[in-house]
Write a protein that binds this ligand. Sequence first.
Ligand code: FMN
Length: 139
Amino acid sequence: MKKALIVYQSRKGKTRKYGEGMARFLTEKGYSVSVIPVTELKKDHLEQISYLFLGCWTSGLYFVLQHPDRKWVKAIKATDIPENIQIGLFTTYIIATGSMFKAMKKYIPGVKNKILPEWKSKNGLLSESDKESLNAFIQ
Ligand SMILES: Cc1cc2nc3c(=O)[nH]c(=O)nc-3n(C[C@H](O)[C@H](O)[C@H](O)COP(=O)(O)O)c2cc1C
C-alpha cells in the first residue's frame, strides 16, 4: 500500500483540519496516511513515504510578507527529505497567501526552483477542486 505523510503547523486548528481532510481523501483513494504536527516530525516518519504534504498557517502582514511560522521553519530545515518523495504544500489563511508558498519552499532543501503543487483554504475544508487536484497529483 502506498504511504503518504501529512505534516502541519497550526495555531488554532484550521490547518490541522485541512490536513486531516486531505488525509481522509487520500485514505479513500487507498493510501496509508499519517498526520502529524511538524514539531513531531522525525526522520523515521519519512521511510517508505511516496507523498509528503507540508502545511503551515499563513503568517504575515495580511497583504504582504507572508511566511511560515518559526516552528515550522526550524523543523523543516532540520529534516532531510529523500529525493524520491513527492512534495505538496498547503496553507490556510484569511485574506491572502501572498509570498507564503515561495517562503515555504525556501526552507525545504532542494525544491527552491521546483514547481510544487499547492493547496490553500480560508475555511479549512477540502473543496471539490482541492480533491480534483489532489487526485491528479497522486495518479
Ligand atoms: C500573527 C498572524 C499573522 C497572520 N498573517 C496573515 C496574512 O498575512 N495573511 C492572511 O491571509 N492571514 C493571516 N493570518 C491569519 C491566519 O493565517 C489564519 O487565521 C489561519 O487559517 C490560521 O490557521 P490555524 O487555525 O491553523 O492556526 C495571520 C494570523 C496571525 C495570528
